[in-house]
Design a protein around this ligand. Structure first.
Ligand code: PLP
Length: 382
């Protein structure tokens, strides 16, 4: 039997619930004492996974948020009566300072997803969005659902890489946008820096190129691989980043793009909401917390090495990820492996498109990754 987890279930957090129904809700903890009775009576956790569930499906980072972020959440909560004020500007100035750009070149949004959706709508209207066959397509699909974009997918190379030559060949005068994700999701692969940037530069002469760098801080050489230098040199390139991954703040919903001033203004104008003060304040608190960022990356790399070692030991093919997830072939259909693990309260991603043999597991707490590694041999063979 196979099944798919809907994006809605993933986003509402009900995935742990739907798949891991066996996880009984534990007695309320001290932090839950003030919860309304409806929450306490509900069979699932209000936020995050239920007790006993290893949630390794959504590329979250349970090592966040940092203390520096949490202090600011507390402050922002107390100021919750007010619309956010100066926080957006201050965060933009901090980001601009680090990257040597003007704050006007930045658009901060409710997760990078909001900026990416705005971009898909703005540019998708002008012509097809050209992208690799596998990429984080949620926001391009959003524009497609609204009838505002078509996606033109270019097959991956034989080794699951982004076929830059193929994508370049698919770009025409009609193309609305080229969307690339580097490192890519779900493969976790980083493209060769020189080839990637050269291709992006050439394509940016014909159309706008969006490079989604949600996982770039987790790559081995973020500075060498980022396309921010192309933005700074004035190429028609947009780079997006997020606080959801290395910062471990997916639930606080802050992301941003860096582009030309004109593009950033357009994206700010197309954003559909105002970012919560808790998100902005916590992003300001965490942004320059180098100690936390190093710690966060080290835990993710530790977990990644455990999974790569386990898959290797089991003779499985696993792509050399530079992100907080690993794409691998267990020998069992992805949806069946997902189901077998869910029966043990370990939740991983199911099948992407028609890539039936490939599974994606996200890094989580080390003990959850240990559980995954311990269960994998039996789950993959059963
Ligand atoms: C490649 C990529 N980009 C963007 C996002 C959106 O993240 P957020 O809206 O939390 O910034 C995700 C989420 O998983 C992602 O994988």
């Amino acid at each position: 039997m196979t099944f798919q987890i809907s994006r809605r279930l993933m986003l509402t957090g009900a995935v742990g619930a739907s798949l891991a129904g066996a996880a009984a809700k534990a007695a309320p903890k001290a932090e839950e004492a003030a919860f309304p009775p409806e929450v306490l009576a509900h069979e699932h956790a209000l936020l995050g996974p239920d007790d006993g569930v290893a949630l390794l499906a959504r590329n979250e980072n349970p090592y966040g948020p940092s203390e520096s972020a949490l202090k600011m959440v507390d402050y922002a909560g107390k100021k919750g009566a007010y619309y956010p004020g100066q926080a957006n500007l201050i965060l933009a100035e901090m980001i601009a300072e680090r990257h040597g750009v003007d704050p006007k070149q930045i658009a901060i949004t409710t997760g990078s997803g909001e900026a990416l959706s705005a971009i898909a709508v703005l540019y998708g209207r002008q012509g097809p969005i050209v992208a690799p066959r596998l990429f984080w397509d949620t926001t391009a699909l959003y524009a497609k659902r609204l009838g505002l974009a078509e996606i033109s997918r270019v097959p991956l190379t034989d080794d699951m890489g982004v076929d830059l030559a193929g994508i370049e060949a698919a770009v025409t005068e009609e193309t609305g946008l080229v969307q690339l994700c580097n490192p890519n999701n779900p493969t976790g692969l980083v493209s060769d820096s020189k080839t990637f940037k050269a291709a992006v530069k050439r394509m940016a002469k014909k159309t706008t190129v969006l490079v989604d760098e949600a996982y770039m801080e987790l790559a081995d050489d973020p500075d060498g691989n980022t396309c921010l230098d192309l933005v700074k040199k004035g190429h028609n390139v947009i780079v997006s980043r997020t606080f959801s991954k290395i910062y471990g703040m997916a639930g606080l919903r802050v992301g941003y793009i860096i582009s030309s001033e004109e593009t950033a203004e357009k994206v700010r104008g197309a954003a559909m909401s105002w970012i919560a003060g808790t998100g902005l304040a916590s992003a300001i608190g965490a942004y320059n917390d180098e100690t936390f960022l190093e710690y966060s990356k080290s835990k993710i790399v530790e977990a990644r090495e455990m999974i790569l070692a386990k898959t290797k030991e089991l003779g499985m093919v696993a792509l050399p990820s530079q992100t907080n997830f690993v794409y691998f072939k267990s020998g069992k259909p992805a949806n069946d492996l997902q189901e077998a693990l869910a029966a043990k309260n370990v939740i991983i991603r199911g099948q992407y498109m028609d890539y039936a043999d490939w599974s994606r597991v996200s890094m989580g707490k080390i003990e959850d990754v240990e559980r995954f590694c311990a269960l994998l041999p039996e789950a993959a063979s059963a």
